[in-house]
Ligand binder design. Structure first.
Ligand code: FES
Length: 185
């Protein structure tokens, strides 16, 4: 039979061991919680270089009326086009009921800047890059963009008008940060 001293020591050891196990469990839970929370916080606060990759800043001052350029945003091609008055008028003249994906040019441009048409250069059929942004390229039957893969024609507001593509070229999120600088993303 254990002496009283040994018995007390046994209890203390037991208590200590249990405390250690509890503390270890709590610490482990704490580490686990931290490991889960940190990636979430990191996702909510992307670092400056991640933000830089996710936005494209563009000086559009050199794009003449009637011209378009290709740039990229998040590794996708983007078309930036400076529409002339005739192209804007053509887009406005189309009844919405004639459109497969009804949107006005005003919905696809910024107020007071309807000459700046900014869209992804990705055909909404199967993802080819349409023609029409570079000098001399085929702009299709409606004067906008033409996808040579399966023959989709987009109009001067980059709306689908003919061919298999189901939707208009996508307008990415963007803002004018000055009269001549656009930030996409
Ligand atoms: S991918 Fe453009 S028409 Fe098919």
């Amino acid at each position: 039979m254990a002496s009283e001293t040994e018995h007390t020591a046994g209890i203390e050891d037991g208590v200590r061991r249990r405390d250690f196990i509890n503390i270890a469990a709590v610490s482990f839970a704490g580490v686990g919680a931290t490991a889960v929370v940190l990636p979430l916080l990191n996702q909510m606060n992307p670092s400056a270089d991640v933000l830089a990759l996710s936005t494209t800043e563009l000086d559009i001052s050199a794009i003449q009326p009637g011209q378009a350029i290709k740039t990229s945003w998040r590794k996708q091609p983007v078309f930036v086009r400076n529409l002339v008055a005739k192209e804007i008028a053509e887009a406005k003249a189309v009844p919405l009921g004639d459109l497969r994906d009804p949107e006005t040019i005003d919905q696809r441009t910024k107020p007071g800047k309807e000459n700046w048409l900014i869209t992804l250069g990705v055909c909404t059929h199967l993802g080819c890059v349409p023609l029409g942004a570079a000098e001399g390229e085929n702009r299709g039957d409606f004067g906008g963009y033409f996808c040579p893969c399966h023959g989709s024609h987009y109009d001067t507001a980059a709306r689908i008008r003919k061919g298999p593509a189901p939707k208009n070229l996508v307008v990415p999120p963007y803002e004018f940060t000055s009269d001549t600088v656009v930030t996409i993303g």
